[in-house]
Design a protein. Sequence first.
Length: 286
Amino acid sequence: MEVFINKCSSCSVPRFDTKLRFTLVVFEIALILLCFLAINAESHDHQLQQQSAERGSENVISHSCIHDQIIEERKRPGRQGRALLGIPESSLQQKDVKQPIRIFLNYDAVGHSPERDCRKVGDIVKLGEPPVASLPGTACNPYGDPPLYGDCWYNCTVDDISGKDKKHRLRKALGQTSDWFKRALAVEPVKGNLRLSGYSACGQDGGVQLPRGYVEEGVADADLVLLVTTRPTTGNTLAWAVACERDQWGRAIAGHVNVAPRHLTAEAETLLSATLIHEVMHVLGF
Ligand SMILES: *[C@@H]1O[C@H](CO)[C@@H](O)[C@H](O)[C@H]1NC(C)=O
């Protein structure tokens, strides 16, 4: 600017000197203003871009799966402990009120699994899916390996029959398991009846036929239905369990629990309780 003005002041038109100077100053001010506006506009633009970028990333987060939120929630210190200890505290004040899990136990299949339950000594029953023609070639070794997935024919002994005392221990152990989860686990309760899909069978090794009512009317006051059987196992497998239906959040709503009658003894009671908690944990997906 200085250079320009100096150059012009040396021009040979002194008449226009003042006017020209005035014009130049106005021009200069206008230029500075323009410059200022331009810089401002640019930074404003930049801000806008930044904002939209930020909004973009917010969108990504808010559209991500709800499971991420659940996992984040679980990661928060104290949360898991509180849930495990079952202290309601502030959790009851939350919008999504969680309630102790209601486990419904169905014993209808106990002693009524065709080809799989030991009803009398010397009954030959299926473990897994042994080839029919192989009888008695693939006889189970009750104390041998593999404990769970061996497909074989099992020769029933007196210990494999679930009599009155064994049935009583079964109900006691599973009742305790259900109570343990009631204290340990809070879930968003199922609204109305828990309705199961029309699976032909729920569970493993032939599973258990779902009662029609569970599909049509559903089960009242339940968050999880466990269908119980007492089929023999080999090795030291006390019990096993599998989930057979999950809700849209991946939470199990139906499962099959099998407890070996041979292990329904007074001596195994404590071990059985611990095992059942462990097995139902698996059903729930932990
Ligand atoms: C099953 O076990 C009993 C008693 O040990 C035995 O007498 C019987 O022969 C066995 N049955 C078969 C098919 O192996």
